[in-house]
Design a protein around this ligand. Structure first.
Ligand SMILES: [Ca+2]
Ligand SMILES: [Ca+2]
Ligand SMILES: [Ca+2]
Length: 283
């Protein structure tokens, strides 16, 4: 038989839990920009004055774990002719995995001795042919993402870059965000040489341009560059994340919680009495 009193106890408990969760805030949220997964993607050998663009994903076959389904890259060697600068996505450290793609994949950039090369990642939706012309630059569609909310409903507070390894003390990330009404904001930050994540706070972008609308983003660009040669860098992904604010309940809200706790307690006592009464009658 449906036990309405027990049901009331459960419902009251659920409401109280819900109210408490609502007032203390929910768990952290995250929006993935690039998981550095998906189909293998790499550059060929390049040299100074011959940048290599490379695109993965289009409207027919968007690649997974990439905002907008397409990753546009531009690799440009800036020093050291006849030696190689290159990158791989789906890089398998140690090359030990037989799975394809490997279970843990990364973006890895390496430069030979005496070589320097810059890297540009562009997340601007499906705007490129999958096979751009050799040496051709990638184009930027500032509204290609169509108005993505990178704050994830206000829960995220920063961009975060998962750094696996970096051997250049002068490694710089430059993040540029474009919104749908043609504002843009740029922040540069140094990447530590020890393996720790790099964070770019939304507030830093808003300081650069107060008109930037992070809840209405049209494109994102990330440039990686350093003055050093022979640098190597491995990244595991790019996302937005952040702990939500934790509002303190007002006196009225505390009153509602107290009332609901009282109702739940009363219902619990009622169920206990009914159960005890039942046990007595059986005996
Ligand atoms: Ca694109
Ligand atoms: Ca593009
Ligand atoms: Ca704006």
């Amino acid at each position: 038989m449906y036990n309405i009193t027990a049901s009331m106890t459960k419902s009251a408990g659920s409401i109280v839990c819900g109210l408490i969760m609502m007032f203390i805030g929910s768990s952290a949220s995250a929006l993935l920009i690039d998981g550095m997964d998906g189909p293998f993607q790499s550059s060929g050998t390049t040299e100074v004055g011959a940048p290599i663009s490379n695109v993965k994903g289009n409207s027919g076959t968007p690649i997974p774990n990439v905002l907008g389904g397409q990753r546009d890259t531009l690799l440009e060697q800036t020093a050291g002719n006849f030696m190689q600068t290159n990158f791989e996505i789906n890089f398998d450290p140690g090359g030990t995995s037989t799975a394809s793609p490997p279970p843990t994949s990364y973006y890895s950039h390496s430069n030979d001795s005496g070589v320097n090369g810059t890297m540009l990642f562009q997340y601007d939706g499906d705007d490129e042919a999958t096979t751009p012309p050799d040496g051709g630059a990638i184009s930027l569609n500032k509204t290609g993402l169509g108005g993505v909310d990178v704050t994830d409903g206000g829960l995220s507070t920063r961009f975060e870059f998962a750094v696996v390894s970096n051997d250049s003390a002068n490694m710089m990330f430059t993040l540029t965000v474009y919104d749908m009404d043609m504002d843009e904001a740029t922040v540069s930050t140094t990447i530590p040489t020890i393996g720790s994540n790099v964070q770019v706070q939304f507030s830093a972008l808003e300081t650069d341009n107060a008109a930037i609308d992070l809840d209405n983003v049209g494109a994102i660009e990330i440039e990686i560059a350093t003055t050093d040669t022979a640098w190597d860098l491995t990244l595991d992904g790019i996302q937005t994340t952040g702990e939500p604010p934790e509002p303190v309940p007002t006196m009225t809200e505390w009153g509602i919680i107290t009332l609901m706790l009282g109702l739940a307690g009363a219902a619990f006592i009622r169920v206990r009495r009914m159960n005890l009464a039942g046990a007595t009658s059986i005996a």
